[in-house]
Design a protein around this ligand. Structure first.
Ligand SMILES: [Zn+2]
Ligand SMILES: [Zn+2]
Length: 262
């Protein structure tokens, strides 16, 4: 499947992105990859929601809005650019770290249940069951939040970020019935499941076919979830990996109606 959207791109407004990762540079790579719709989804903790960790100090809504200056200057008939955010899950309050007022202003809102490196108490790491339970709890908390109606997609579901061990080891600690419960509710709420290029881009075709992530995406597909695609680029050249999402989509036998219409 040819991927025509990338809803997960970080510019240099995200402090973890490369300093030269500007929007203009991404456009070249996006066009080369056949992308027609691109969402800039920088990291965000809406500061109207208390409890942000210091990393989110500079990454509030006012900060990510700076991209709008670039958006106004770009008039390219071949590509549509959306204003998005990858917002955060607050473990402290068991909710999405965003207010309705801010969520309403986004074209695309991604929420991860797997920023363990940011949201999870570090004491959970040695116990893989506890780590998996954290992600499961986060997933349900996100879906149960009143602002879940604004969520476009769950970013890199169950793919623990910057995990000190192989993150796929965590997936069997959640049962298929528990995954089904998550994905049935995701489908019912019309929230997409993100196929994130960063989860698959370093794997061989054999490893992708045998990946636990592919297995849980099969459950999501069978639960009638829709899917979205994201490169999760933090630098321009990472966008070349976005088409690995097409390989995953083909392995899942996805067709256009199963892809989010954005
Ligand atoms: Zn993320
Ligand atoms: Zn991201």
């Amino acid at each position: 499947m040819q991927i025509t959207h990338d809803l997960h791109v970080h510019t240099n407004l995200s402090i973890c992105a490369e300093p030269e990762a500007d929007l203009k540079g991404y456009l070249k790579w996006a066009k080369a990859a056949g992308i027609k719709t691109l969402a800039v989804s920088n990291h965000l903790w809406d500061h109207a929601v208390p409890g942000w960790i210091p990393w989110y100090g500079p990454q509030d809504f006012k900060h990510i809005c700076k991209i709008k200056e670039d958006l106004e200057q770009i008039t390219d008939p071949d590509i549509r650019i959306l204003f998005g955010a990858e917002t955060e899950y607050s473990y402290q309050d068991h909710k999405i770290a965003i207010t309705a007022e801010v969520a309403e202003q986004l074209d695309v809102m991604l929420v991860p249940n797997s920023h363990s490196n940011i949201s999870m108490p570090t004491a959970f790491y040695p116990n893989l069951q506890q780590h998996a339970d954290f992600m499961l709890r986060a997933y349900h908390d996100i879906l149960d939040d009143p602002n879940s109606k604004y969520v476009t997609a769950i970013a890199h579901p169950f793919a623990a970020v910057e995990c000190p061990y192989e993150r796929e080891l965590l997936l069997p600690f959640i049962s298929d019935a528990q995954y089904r419960e998550c994905f049935e509710e995701t489908a019912a709420k019309n929230i997409a499941v993100e196929i994130n290029a960063s989860v698959f881009c370093k794997k061989t075709p054999f490893q992708i076919r045998n990946s636990e992530f592919l297995r849980i995406f099969q459950i999501a597909r069978d639960c009638k979830c829709k899917f979205s695609f994201g490169s999760d680029s933090h630098s321009h050249n990472h966008m070349k990996y976005v088409q690995v999402c097409g390989i995953v989509a083909d392995l899942l036998n996805l067709t256009e109606p199963q892809i989010i219409n954005i």
